[in-house]
Design a protein. Structure first.
Length: 102
């Protein structure tokens, strides 16, 4: 079960990483490009997207660590509980299993 849960979490983190990132309402990326600059693009100038990237990477490291620990000791309740807690964020995803609920 923990291998499936870790795979589920890795897939969700991939979706988070390659999907649309959150931006602050003041971020210049959210501003429309002026009509007189048809080829202009704005880059992100808020801290939220950068924090989002760091958060995804940190979660990925935690999942990898816990999965490794569970491979060594499949009976570790604490490691399983931590993976379940991380997965609860994605409980509305169609691939989420009720058996993973904390």
């Amino acid at each position: 079960m923990s291998a499936d849960l870790a795979a589920f979490l890795r897939a969700r983190l991939d979706e988070d990483e390659y999907g649309p990132w959150p931006h602050r309402s003041t971020c210049q990326m959210l501003r429309p490009v002026p009509e007189n600059f048809p080829f202009a693009t704005f880059s992100c100038d808020c801290d939220l997207a950068a924090r989002w990237a760091r958060e995804v990477e940190a979660k990925r490291q935690v999942v990898d660590y816990l999965a490794s620990e569970l491979a060594d000791d499949p009976t570790s309740v604490m490691d399983q509980d931590l993976l379940r807690a991380l997965a609860a964020v994605y409980s509305d995803h169609p691939d989420y299993r009720e058996e993973w609920r904390p």
